[in-house]
Design a protein around this ligand. Sequence first.
Ligand SMILES: C[S@@+](CC[C@H](N)C(=O)[O-])C[C@H]1O[C@@H](n2cnc3c(N)ncnc32)[C@H](O)[C@@H]1O
Length: 274
Amino acid sequence: MSTTADELREEVRRRYAESALRAGGESEGCGCGSGACCADGESDAAKFGEALYDAEQRGELPDAAVLASLGCGNPTAVADMREGETVLDLGSGGGIDVILSSKRVGPTGVAYGLDMTDEMLALAQRNAAEAGAKNVHFLKGEIENIPLPAASVDVIISNCVINLSVDKPAVMIEMARVLKPGGRIGISDVVAEDQLTTEQRATRGSYVGCIAGALSKGEYEALLDAAGFEQVSVEFTHQVADGMHGAIVKAVKTSEPEKKGLPVIQQAARAGCC
Ligand SMILES: C[S@@+](CC[C@H](N)C(=O)[O-])C[C@H]1O[C@@H](n2cnc3c(N)ncnc32)[C@H](O)[C@@H]1O
């Protein structure tokens, strides 16, 4: 990986370490509630953060978990989860979607949260303990190299994280690897309209603020298709910047993830990210 990509990943890690410390009251500054940190300091409560969860879901959670929310949607509302299933949240942050998923899959199921930032993992562990969630596990690692075996997960969720990845094709391939045949993804992410160039996306917000690294709708669909997903859909839900939207991304893993070639993935990645 190039130095630039490593530096960008480190910048993302630093940004979210600071967010976790603020959300946990361990450092001074603005809180991350209402998405203030994810949204580049533009405190727009309706676009990012806890406002995207309904009152009933917020009521099931400790206040600290709700306030730590930095997402751009609510993947637990769109992902189909059943009792006894295994769910994986990519970039689990303060743990809000892991805790909600653990309730959906029940005591016979498992909810994993994966995050690369130690401070976020510590915050999530505290929030899960406060929520009394027993069937949760938080893993340290990168979403481009998921530390779980092949075909071990029924449902993958993620909330405003894939736009932050410096290697999006690797994320799609890893999702296909760890999902069981027939496994589903239900992801919230920032997605650009197809006519916006990468340069135009970068003028609308920063990389660490979840804007500049966003894929376009067509790029998202092409990467998922190339990784072997079917029934791919990318639906815009709310505008977060000019030509850029919070979106729901859904797809199903086929039984043959390797059936399509890498060239398509590489082509889309060059167009879509760093
Ligand atoms: C915008 S926050 C979203 C957190 C959470 N999903 C939520 O909705 O509140 C992004 C999170 O993803 C993590 N993250 C970003 N890039 C990552 C990567 N490549 N691998 C693992 N975690 C990553 C960050 O540490 C941070 O916790």
